[in-house]
Design a protein around this ligand. Structure first.
Ligand code: ZN
Length: 327
């Protein structure tokens, strides 16, 4: 490269870094797995309603649906349709914030983060007042964003590193790897964020296809986990992700923090020093995401599901009150 084109290239990279980060969230495979798990928990009524919106032959696990929100994220034409939609994929919770009596994780007061966006789009999905085409976008956003909130680095940042986007990874399993040409982050160096979006999921998959992996993971979910995870406390999901990022993603297995941003040439991540210790977390987050996505879709599209849940909640409140009264 000539010096001038080198400078231009550098400027281009800077511009891209400035606009594209934080990165895309789970790669298409992560979203596909989460959506495929969710499909297996949909009630017949929710399924029927869903197919009417997305088309009878389509599935929410299809990458063009589950990763649609990432594809439109930087498209000009969607800037005016859904202003600020780039912020809907994450929430900025600081992992270096002191954990004392004043500690509190607060979502964006204007709802311009993943928490607010999931809530709004689930309401739209449930609403009788919006046209079917718009509901398709609601499905696309709910499916995608419920996935994103379960990628721990979408709910955490450290010293302005944009959810780990600024922490370079030099190699993964001994490979100096690069992104495939289709992803928008096909520049610069892989980061701890991109590792969590994609490489960790690839590591989990090996040669298994995402839908087969979804079935495998779904079989692992215990009744107890299913009950515990089935709720619509979106803020709490984000807080869970935050703590997993703070305690695990941002740390080596021995508890030491990962190096600070821009520490070149970046980390060398191997099975022994990081990956194997963190794969159980990847599995768990994908499973949780699937269960909760089903919960949101069932609540939005099946009135009986919500009625049952409300009745069950009411019952448990009454039980607790009875117990308290007995004391
Ligand atoms: Zn995303």
């Amino acid at each position: 490269m000539k010096p001038t084109s080198l400078i231009l290239h550098f400027i281009l990279v800077l511009v891209l870094v400035g606009t594209a980060a934080p990165a895309l969230a789970w790669g298409p495979e992560g979203h596909e797995i989460i959506a495929a798990i969710a499909e297996s928990y949909l009630t017949p009524m929710a399924k029927e309603q869903l197919q009417a919106i997305i088309g009878s032959t389509k599935r929410i696990a299809d990458p063009e649906l589950s990763s649609w929100a990432d594809h439109i994220r930087y498209m000009k034409e969607y800037k005016s349709v859904y202003p600020g939609n780039g912020n809907w994929h994450f929430v900025d919770f600081n992992v270096t914030e002191r954990y004392d009596e004043n500690f509190e994780l607060r979502p964006d007061p204007n709802g311009n983060d993943v928490i607010g966006a999931i809530r709004r789009w689930t309401d739209e999905l449930a609403s009788n007042k919006i046209p079917l085409e718009h509901k398709l976008d609601a499905v696309r956003f709910v499916v995608h964003l419920v996935g994103d909130i379960h990628q721990p680095l979408h709910c955490a940042y450290r010293y302005g590193d944009m959810g780990g986007n600024m922490i370079p990874v030099h190699s993964f399993q001994g490979r100096n790897y690069s992104f495939d040409a289709e992803t928008m982050m096909d520049f610069g160096q892989p980061s701890i964020h991109s590792v969590w979006d994609e490489s960790m999921v690839y590591e989990l998959l090996g040669s298994t296809r995402p839908r087969i992996m979804a079935r495998k993971l779904q079989k692992e979910i215990t009744d107890d986990e299913f009950r515990k995870w089935s709720n619509d406390n979106i803020l709490q999901w984000a807080i869970d992700s935050y703590w997993r990022a703070r305690k695990e993603v941002y740390r080596w297995p021995n508890g030491d923090p990962l190096p600070w941003k821009w520490a070149r040439p970046g980390m060398d991540l191997t099975s022994e020093n990081y990956i194997d210790a963190r794969l159980p977390l990847v599995r768990e987050q994908l499973k949780k995401g699937g269960v909760r996505l089903a919960y949101m879709i069932n609540s939005a599209l099946d009135p009986d599901f919500l009625a049952e849940k409300t009745a069950a909640r009411q019952k448990s409140v009454e039980k607790a009150e009875e117990k308290a009264a007995e004391k």
